[in-house]
Design a protein around this ligand. Sequence first.
Ligand code: ZN
Length: 654
Amino acid sequence: MTHNTQEPLGEKNNEMHAVFSFPFAVLAITVGIVGWAATKKTARANDHRHQTSTAPPELEYLKVVNKAAPPQDPQLLFLLMGAFANANRPEEGAEFFSACLEEFGPHLTDVQQSLYLSAIGLLRAQHASAVSLLHRIGYVNDTIAMLDQARKLSGGQVFVVNWISGVVRSQLPGLFHQKQAALEDLKWCVASIGKAPHTGWLREVEFRLAKLALADGDRRKAQDHLRQSGYKSFDNPVTLNTPFSLDTFSGYAFAPSTIREVVPARVYALSGFEFTDYYFVVSDDGRELIGIDAGTCADSAKLAYEALRAYAPNLPQLTTIFVTHSHWDHIGGHRYFRGLTPKPRFYARSNYHEEIERELNAPETVGKRFFGERFNLNDVRNFKPDATVDCPTELKIGGTRIELIPIHGGETHDAMFIHLPELGVLFAGDFIMPYIGAPFVNEGDFEGLLDAMDVVVQKNPRYILHGHEPLTRNFSSAELLAQLKGNLSWLRDAVLTAVRRGDTRPMIHQANLIPPGLFDGRPDALVPYLILREHVIDRLYRKSTGYWQAGTSLEGLDHLSDSDRAELLVDYLGLSQKQLVTAACKIAADGKYELAASLLDPSAARFGRTESISKAERLVYLKLMEKYQNTDPFKYILYSTKISEQTPAMTTSR
Ligand SMILES: [Zn+2]
């Protein structure tokens, strides 16, 4: 466990600090440098890419963002680099960033230049195997020179620059003599993990150290590093530096476990102990502890609560728990707290049981996939608050004034803000998420979201503390929410206009809808808008069209299954299993993983999960995990569970 290890990157240098001073900026990188020899095939596959095929909307969005101006938040630069790398478009990516560097260069600080050079260097390294043999050595030497230059400009202390340098150099063939430099960079990253946004950045570092040791013939050392990386095998086609972790038993976590004092000795935030964050507040008179939400399961609640008690042994008794909304992950741990002496009093909205009923009617597999084997739906079914709230309510606990404010969206209709005006803290639950309601449940209220945003803006709290760490990080201020509300209203109008016109859902996504003025507004709205856009479109589309799309497309009218599609492919088109798998791998090499997956499902329906189909599935879903590792946690979970892949949490306890 780490306590507040996050430091601004490169604090010693003012320029560097300016670049990284964006609050909670998480540099997100998906790299996937394809091995030197293994990419010949990939390069060939790329030659066949149809120029007419559409680029993923998130890639197009990030291109527009990065073209508009050098991003204040370097996360946006590295998200785009990762998108190019994952889509296997490294040449296009290297050219894109080179053009940006040329255009913005004169106005950039040294550190900003070093970030561009690092991104270009990484994408060039990925592209190197497609360069003709005659030019390849020169091309790689130029790339190494860029990494050297980046290190020089950054003063050697910027984590992401050294990380890219180490990761790229470690994969170069011996003739370039970069092994020693790679080892130095990678070891620096291990020693300086406190300068990284989170410990997830260690995963690839350990994996690269493992591969270097393996190449040296030191199997023991290689195994040790591999174990530290959390990967199961030396054969790994993706780069994961996600803060997410996923484990069959304990489920998913958004962040490494931390205890943070939001208001020193008064408000404690516990992240990463499980799926959901816990908060505890010490009352004004110091005699009562007030909890916000009860977590997912009794044993994770125990783990989190005991960690808090160990961290701050003199806290008063827990007397009250406020429930922000009655979702699985906010009430499932109530049994543990009920067992404490004295028993804390639970407050929830009066319509909590309607929400629980909705959850009990959702597919049962969801619970264990998201929350792990230990999750028990009965703990949700049995939840019953001691007091319910159906209108704005003010009360005092231990001298602390608390406002309970019912809201009706965007996620659930039983949501409630818990506002402590004197402390400047608002506990917001999950009213705003990337998703408008859980995507696999018939819920979500877009207008309710906009109304709730108004409430936050009106209360204007100093701290908005959400149910999950990435929400707290991304939706961090009332000013931001005020702007985002305008952006989302524009998006709603654009989607509804498109629906009336008869546009299909893919057409709406491909339109790359960007509100006018987005780039002139707050720079911290750019990532939130990106992560919400896809899901706002999907929820509004579904709610506006019903289960038939009677516009341009007739989607929803038929009920063709994977077996029907297999019939088409195998019986009518005469394709063999081998041909189907080969095609899926070719599609994957062009970076179109959803399309590849759509071919593998019918293949498995006809031939079963044979060795070759399973192998192709593993590759495709790993790449999908890589693609969404920083922007879409629920996709990350579902793609992981599809291939039973776990992502162990990284530790720094070396
Ligand atoms: Zn939640």
